[in-house]
Design a protein around this ligand. Structure first.
Ligand SMILES: NC(=O)c1ccc[n+]([C@@H]2O[C@H](COP(=O)([O-])OP(=O)(O)OC[C@H]3O[C@@H](n4cnc5c(N)ncnc54)[C@H](O)[C@@H]3O)[C@@H](O)[C@H]2O)c1
Length: 289
């Protein structure tokens, strides 16, 4: 499958990442089949994409007349078999190995033989996912960042089995989406989470040990290191449960205790203080919707 033969893209999962991925493909002229398990999730995704397009129109990134054309290129469905006419597919279902394996196996059966099947996983081994399909050479990691329409990076992760052709087509596709692909080999946490999470973890240890307050830790990193967001603000944005999950993946994957999650992070998760999504994490978000 080469770049110019790709016209229709299937996106599996219409949640936080899936709606953003559908948005950027449609914005770049691709026909998108967006699949989720319930109509309600698809309606919510369509609504989010519409609001995000309004924001892009306001900012001048998208012309006003383009919005309806972009939305018109996204077909939503709960019927898995519709992906059979896609030239390229990417899954963005929840981060559970059993679920990813079953979705990939099903997609593998439905897609044309030459189609590339990508995963947006943030921590599962792409090599393991590839081995579960009949097209391991055409499986690749395509790790978009949240929010997808805004963030430039896509970590393009080569499984051990990924062919050069699959890799080159995927990189070219990212460029077509006006993203910045960065090549990475399959390893726990890839590069993004392997480098980011230990920093967040150390920031949490600094608070737990009374070295500084959360505000002070974030101020040091913003003012001194020029980070646009402090590590603890970012942890709240990602979700503290997700942070602990990724640290567990790093510790297990490398067998190295240097990745052990800070006990304060675990305690906050146990209390239900998950960050922005629960209204409280290192900061309080009450009244911020
Ligand atoms: N949220 C982030 O910041 C972020 C960043 C990078 C990568 N990721 C990765 O992206 C993936 C998706 O994460 P998310 O945050 O969008 O999750 P989410 O929970 O917001 O969305 C997942 C969607 O998949 C749907 N789904 C479940 N089973 C399905 C199936 N069999 N077929 C089709 N759809 C199905 C769910 O109904 C839900 O709408 C995960 O692998 C995650 O690790 C997330």
């Amino acid at each position: 499958m080469t770049l110019d033969t790709i016209r229709t893209v299937a996106v599996l999962g219409a949640g936080t990442m899936g709606n953003g991925i559908a948005h950027v493909f449609a914005r770049s002229g691709y026909d998108v089949i967006l699949r989720d398990v319930e109509e309600g999730f698809l309606a919510r995704a369509r609504d989010t994409i519409s609001k995000n397009l309004d924001r892009e129109v306001k900012k001048g990134k998208v012309e006003a007349g383009e919005k309806s054309k972009i939305l018109g290129r996204i077909r939503t469905t709960t019927d898995f078999s519709e992906i059979g006419r896609a030239d390229f597919a990417i899954e963005a279902v929840p981060e559970r190995l059993d679920l990813k394996l079953s979705v990939l196996r099903e997609a593998d059966k439905l897609l044309p033989a030459g189609a590339i099947l990508a995963s947006n996983t943030s921590s599962i081994s792409v090599t393991t996912l590839a081995a579960a399909t009949s097209r391991p050479a055409r499986i690749i990691g395509m790790h978009f960042m949240n929010p997808v329409p805004v963030m430039a990076l896509v970590e393009v992760i080569r499984a051990l089995q990924t062919s050069d052709e699959t890799f080159q087509t995927t990189v070219a596709l990212c460029e077509r989406l006006e993203k910045k692909p960065v090549a990475v080999n399959d390893a726990p946490g890839f590069v993004s989470n392997r480098v980011l999470l230990p920093m967040i973890n150390e920031a949490a240890f600094s608070v737990m040990e009374g070295v500084a307050t959360a505000e002070a830790v974030d101020a040091v990193m913003k003012l001194g290191m020029n980070h646009p967001m402090g590590p603890l603000e970012l942890a709240d944005f990602i979700g503290l449960d997700t942070c602990v999950h990724i640290l567990d993946v790093l510790q297990e994957g490398f067998g190295d205790s240097k990745y052990r999650a800070c006990p304060l992070l675990r305690k906050m998760v146990a209390a239900g203080w998950l960050g922005r999504k629960s209204g409280r994490g290192f900061y309080s978000y009450k009244g911020q919707g």
